[in-house]
Design a protein around this ligand. Sequence first.
Ligand code: A3P
Length: 287
Amino acid sequence: MTEAELYTLYKGVYLPSSLHPPQSLRYYEEFTFRPDDIVIVTYPKSGTTWMQEIVPLILSGGDPSSVETLPNWDRAPWLEEHRACILNLDERLSPRVFSTHFHYNMMPPGFFEVKPKVIYVTRNPKDVFTSSFHYYGMASYLVNPGPQSEFLHKFLDGKVMFGSWFDHVKGWLSAEDRGHIMYISYEEMIMDLKDSVTRISQFLEKPLDTEVIEKIADRCLFKNMKQNDMSNYSIVPCEFMDQTKSEFLRKGIAGDWKNQLTVAEAEYFDAVYKDKMKDVKYKFVWD
Ligand code: A3P
């Protein structure tokens, strides 16, 4: 199926129509935030599910009940998705945890008024591309990626769900008021998960004992998270996500692009990256 058949163009970016009907977009547009809400913001395939495990565990002081009983999409719901309207989010106790893939300039008015806490996760775009390529091949609600070289152009041109990686990252990095935003990368989490959990807990004003930090970090290791049916998408019907083609928790490493991109593709990617990111001062781990 084509982009025209599967996607809706919303505020200039493609959204998968089956997950984002007009009423959910309207719901999000009118959403009332609380100052202590926590919003996990990511470009898709940057570590959303990982953060949806870490944040609830920090808030519960390491108690795994919520991550063992609620699927990640109800535990930290995407505000732009159809389920958000039916979860009675206004009845949830504070602090509530949400997710969004929206660009900064797509966020609804209530976000800019209330300024809830944001955790913005970045990931090396070549790994985001690699993860996306496999994911688009197994998720039926997305346009099949086709040959890798074709998908590479679509990805770099932002003709994929949630638009351009470059615009997403640049928008969030140049947010007007960054006091309520924590920036962290997938690579930092790979390099030192305990330190990352500690920093996130400090940002959330929920300092934890070393043993609790260690317990959370251990639970959130790729190999352990993969066993959690509430986070590994195994309860999603295979007509929607066919994990026999590619698992959702696929490899969980930094640098897999080296196994995916040809030398010429990597060079082309770097040239586009250099041009599009030339005005960005932020120092990324992968630069
Ligand atoms: P790979 O496809 O490279 O393995 P998102 O949740 O934003 O869709 O991102 C999915 C990516 O995050 C996948 O990358 C997935 O394996 C990875 N991921 C999820 N949990 C992880 C963990 N605990 N440790 C490392 N990577 C993880």
